[in-house]
Design a protein around this ligand. Structure first.
Ligand SMILES: Cc1ncc(COP(=O)(O)O)c(C=O)c1O
Length: 490
């Protein structure tokens, strides 16, 4: 497709052979700069790869590589066969406050490649995206009523500096809920409100890990935990998981070295990303490891409320008496991620240190939303919402399983679909999951690559398919498209 833009575009792409920078990199950077500087406008069509390659006097491959990268990062959007366009919402816009946009346009753009995939994908609600709850099912009217009520009634005390541990009524409401539904041992006095589990894990790093310490993480595991736990200069030690959860025998062997293994990060209720829950013997072995090694366990209980095959399993934290477990929870999956409310249950011996670190980080979380959330829980709306959502997610999960068996059965193997808001799958041998993710992005689908969850060299290739955020019709349609993408790749 020839477009009138290509002569102007050529002026923006001074591609130089032998400059030391690969051609695809030069094309990528030139196009990205042109988009960020608004020389290429949102929605504008860019030339077909063949046309641009011809006009630049290069082969098509570097142009294709550059386009794929820009599509993947959200600067371009398009459909195979109907052209490629400058995206209407740029990834950088999502990262920039509107008032600051004029200033930051002149400032160097943030390095998108350095950001986590979830941040790069901010605002893109596309089928298969992991970590998305059913935002269309949220009880907006009730929430709005509570927000309005508390906004009107804010006292000067509520508008001033708050308690770094969080608002008392919210801490009490969460502690009560956790005791009843998660078999957690806790009092409100041990519960610290923070801005989501990411902040909770960041605090764990600050309090527990000094430079040179070692921390065990599940392999494969949650990339967000890697970035948070690595911030203080500790060494991340990947420990394999099997059907029972983290391999405690391997953990014990890896703990025997000179440098102390200070902590282990685990997702016992629903292993991220593979989906199984930690078996009872494994839980006991892990607790014994922590006691014997004088180490901490960081339990991330991020989406344990949703189990489809049996009742939700109790938390690991509730199984021990020695105060070795730091329990991390979040409202990101059970309500919505933009709320940014998570919490930690901290053993008494660590309480003062955690509160001091939390205060040093960002003082405290916004009081208004803590008050709203406290009422939402205390008035019973939270438990009602959870109960209703279990049915919604079950139907969405079943639509995904049905679609996968009809459209992708020869291409994907399902690992576990017992719980949570996503399923993990593996691809047939030799298939490159990052490549599938790039191709899926062209079709406006956002699966995640399983291989990105590994820290070590040996990686399984597969796809993580989120089903929480999309209705059955969209999920079914998405599985059909995914099947086409996977077959076309053979
Ligand atoms: C393993 C795991 N922990 C925690 C979270 C939630 O993070 P946050 O509470 O920071 O939104 C997620 C969401 O994707 C997750 O997958």
């Amino acid at each position: 497709v020839r477009t009138t833009t290509s002569p102007q575009l050529l002026a923006l792409l001074p591609v130089e052979r032998g400059s030391g920078s690969p051609l695809h990199q030069q094309i990528y950077e030139g196009l990205r700069r042109a988009i960020l500087e608004r020389r290429l406008r949102a929605g504008q069509r860019v030339p077909a790869t063949r046309v641009l390659a011809c006009e630049l006097g290069v082969s098509r491959l570097p142009v294709l590589t550059a386009y794929e990268q820009l599509l993947h990062e959200g600067y371009l959007e398009g459909r195979v066969g109907s052209g490629t366009f400058v995206a209407t919402t740029l990834p950088d816009d999502a990262l920039r406050a509107p008032a600051a946009s004029a200033r930051s346009r002149r400032a160097p753009a943030p390095s998108v490649t350095a950001l986590a995939p979830r941040v790069r994908d901010a605002g893109r609600l596309r089928p298969f995206r992991v970590s998305l709850p059913a935002l269309d099912q949220f009880p907006h009217a009730m929430w709005a009523r509570l927000v309005a009520k508390h906004a009107r009634a804010l006292t000067p005390a509520h508008m001033s500096y708050g308690d770094p541990a969080g608002v008392g009524v919210l801490r009490a409401a969460i502690a009560e809920h956790l005791r009843a539904s998660r078999a957690v041992r806790c009092e409100a006095e041990q519960l610290l409100i923070v801005s989501g589990s990411q902040a909770a894990l960041r605090l764990c790093a600050t309090v527990l890990l000094a430079p040179g310490d070692r921390v065990a993480i599940e392999e494969p595991g949650y990339p967000g935990a890697r970035s948070a736990l690595g911030t203080t200069g500790a060494t991340l030690v990947p420990v394999p998981v099997d059907v029972g959860g983290i391999d405690v025998t391997a953990l014990e062997k890896l703990s025997a070295g000179a440098a102390r293994m200070r902590a282990a990060y685990v997702t016992p209720s629903h292993q991220y990303p593979l989906g199984m829950s930690m078996s009872a013997p494994r839980r006991l072995a892990l607790l014994e490891w922590a006691r014997h090694r004088n180490a901490w366990i960081i339990e991330d209980d991020y989406d344990s409320e949703y189990r489809y095959v049996s009742r939700p399993l109790g938390a690991l934290q509730g199984m021990e008496e020695h105060g070795r477990v730091i329990y991390v929870g979040t409202f990101s999956k059970v309500l919505f991620p933009a709320l940014r409310v998570g919490y930690l249950i901290v053993p008494p011996a660590l309480w003062e240190q955690f509160v001091a670190a939390r205060e040093a980080l960002d003082l405290f979380s916004p009081t208004l939303y803590q008050l709203v959330l406290a009422d939402f829980i205390r008035e019973g709306h939270f438990v009602r919402h959870l109960r209703r959502m279990r049915g919604v997610y079950l139907r969405r999960r079943d639509a995904l399983l049905d679609g996968l068996s009809r459209h992708c059965a020869d291409e994907l193997e399902l690992l576990n679909a017992d719980a949570g808001l996503h399923v993990a799958t593996t691809l047939r041998a030799g298939a490159d999951d990052e490549d599938v993710v790039r191709r899926a992005a062209l079709e406006k689908l956002s699966p995640a690559a399983l291989s990105a969850c590994y820290l070590g060299g040996e990686r399984r290739s597969g796809l993580l398919l989120g089903f929480g955020g999309f209705n059955e019709r969209r999920i079914t349609r998405a599985t059909r498209t995914l099947g086409e993408i996977l077959r076309a790749q053979r």
